[in-house]
Design a protein around this ligand. Structure first.
Ligand SMILES: Cc1cc2nc3c(=O)[nH]c(=O)nc-3n(C[C@H](O)[C@H](O)[C@H](O)COP(=O)(O)OP(=O)(O)OC[C@H]3O[C@@H](n4cnc5c(N)ncnc54)[C@H](O)[C@@H]3O)c2cc1C
Length: 198
């Protein structure tokens, strides 16, 4: 039985590094093709936090034997955070990270909605949908949900529910970070647009 399952953003990878350090067997399931898939969606934005605040101690210790060094005291962009920390950390975790694997459900093994008894002792069943269309059920002692909020943004209502009159939650999921100023300007200039598309 696998021990812990999580997702490959900064939090999921840090959780996996801490678990691996304690001799447990974490597995990271990531729906994207690369580590930090959500962070890469806003690759052009510079963070307001500097590197020391963006790395986990165990996440630093794990890749260091490969020759990787923690970046200096700068403010990286999303792309740099992914490329200079999340990706080397995922590489160090090796086959404990599985890409193109979307978690679509987590339930208590052998317990449908009508069964109460034994929920606190049974392991969990994680339902995974792979990019190639295949499905998998895996068993885990625990699950760390580090799926972030990028694909599921907060609605406008102050209580976490959609405000009265707000479009459906599905409609509100289109609030992506706009592309970079360079990309915006490029649309007015055919030659620059071609350059930024490459
Ligand atoms: C523009 C911008 C600037 C920011 N600047 C800062 C900053 O300066 N400092 C700071 O501390 N924070 C900053 N943040 C916030 C920070 O990015 C988040 O707090 C952080 O990324 C959360 O990490 P996470 O691992 O929980 O989630 P995410 O980074 O969202 O990672 C979640 C991962 O899970 C994957 N995933 C989601 N659902 C599933 C699923 N069902 N199955 C499998 N995989 C799944 C996603 O593909 C993703 O890779 C910023 C955010 C934005 C948008």
């Amino acid at each position: 039985m696998s021990c812990r399952w999580s997702w490959s953003g900064p939090v999921g990878l840090a959780a996996a590094a801490n678990l691996a350090e304690r001799g447990l067997r974490p597995v990271v399931l990531e729906s994207g093709a690369r580590a930090g898939a959500a962070v890469r969606r806003w690759h052009h934005v510079r963070l307001f936090s500097a590197w020391p605040e963006l790395v986990d101690p165990a996440g630093v210790r794990l890749p260091e034997p490969t020759g990787w060094r923690r970046p200096g005291d700068r403010f990286p962009t999303g792309a740099e955070w992914a490329r200079e920390y999340l990706e080397p950390l995922a590489d160090a975790l090796g086959d404990r990270v599985r890409f193109r694997a979307r978690v679509v459900g987590v339930a208590r093994r052998g317990h449908d909605r009508t069964v109460d008894s034994g929920r606190d002792t049974e392991p969990l069943t994680v339902h995974v949908l792979h990019d190639d269309g295949t499905e998998e059920r895996v068993t885990a002692r625990a699950v760390v949900d580090a799926s972030g909020t990028w694909g599921d943004p907060n609605p406008l209502g102050g209580d976490g529910l959609p405000a009265v009159g707000e479009p459906s939650p599905t409609a509100s999921r289109t609030c992506w970070t706009p592309s970079s100023p360079l990309g915006t300007r490029a649309s007015a200039s055919p030659s620059r647009a071609a350059a930024t598309r490459r």
